[in-house]
Design a protein around this ligand. Structure first.
Ligand SMILES: Nc1ncnc2c1ncn2[C@@H]1O[C@H](COP(=O)(O)OP(=O)(O)OP(=O)(O)O)[C@@H](O)[C@H]1O
Ligand SMILES: [Mg+2]
Length: 166
C-alpha cells in the first residue's frame, strides 16, 4: 500500500454544524467500537468533546450516560461493553493519573474515552484513535480523526462509510 493510500485510510476529517450532528458521529463510533478501544480527545474548552462522548454512549446502548465526569477524573458506565469516560481537565500532575489506576481503563475490556488527552499524551498506548476537535464558528466544529494501529484504522474506515452513506 502506498503512503498516500495509507494516509487516506487512517484519517477522516468532518465538519459538524450542530451538537446533534456531533452526537450523531459519536453514536456511529459507539455502535462500531470494539472492547479495548481507546479514543483520545484533544481540543479546547467547548469544542464538543463531551457532546461526542454522549453520542458514543448512546451508540453503545448506554442510556445511563449523564454528562461529563466534572468533579471526578473517571467514570465507568456498565453495559454490554463498558464505557470508561476520563476527563483530565482538572489534572494538575501526572502522578494523579497513577493514583487513578488509569491502566485498568486503558488496557481494560471496555471502550475508553479520554477528554483533554493532551495533558498526558506520553502515558497512552501507541494504538489509539486520536480525535482533534476545533471550534470553527458558533455551531460549527471540525473533527479530525487519526487512527494509530490496524484496529483503529478499520474502525475509522467503517465510521467513514457509515457517515458518508447517511
Ligand atoms: N457542532 C457542534 N458540536 C458540538 N458542540 C456544539 C456544536 N455547536 C455548538 N456546540 C455547543 O458547544 C458546546 C460544547 O460543549 P462540550 O461540553 O461538549 O465541550 P467540551 O469540549 O467537552 O468542553 P470542556 O473542555 O469544557 O469539557 C455545547 O454547549 C454545545 O451545545
Ligand atoms: Mg467536556
Amino acid at each position: 500500500m502506498s503512503d498516500l493510500e495509507d494516509l487516506r485510510q487512517n484519517r477522516l476529517s468532518i465538519i459538524t454544524h450542530s451538537p446533534e450532528q456531533t452526537r450523531e458521529i459519536g453514536s456511529i463510533i459507539g455502535g462500531l467500537a470494539h472492547p479495548g478501544e481507546l479514543l483520545l480527545l484533544v481540543g479546547d474548552l467547548g469544542t464538543g468533546k463531551t457532546c461526542l462522548v454522549q453520542g458514543i454512549a448512546w451508540g453503545m446502548g448506554l442510556s445511563t450516560y449523564a454528562s461529563s465526569p466534572s468533579f471526578v477524573l473517571a467514570r465507568e458506565y456498565p453495559g454490554n461493553i463498558n464505557l470508561y469516560h476520563i476527563d483530565l481537565y482538572r489534572l494538575s500532575n501526572l502522578e494523579e493519573i497513577t493514583d487513578l489506576g488509569i491502566d485498568d481503563y486503558l488496557y481494560g475490556e471496555g471502550v475508553c474515552v479520554v477528554e483533554w488527552a493532551e495533558k498526558a499524551m506520553t502515558l497512552f498506548p501507541q494504538e489509539h484513535l486520536l480525535i482533534e476537535l476545533e471550534h470553527m464558528a458558533e455551531n460549527e466544529r471540525k473533527l479530525r480523526f487519526q487512527a494509530k494501529g490496524q484496529r483503529c484504522t478499520e474502525l475509522i474506515n467503517q465510521v467513514k462509510k457509515r457517515w458518508n452513506s447517511q
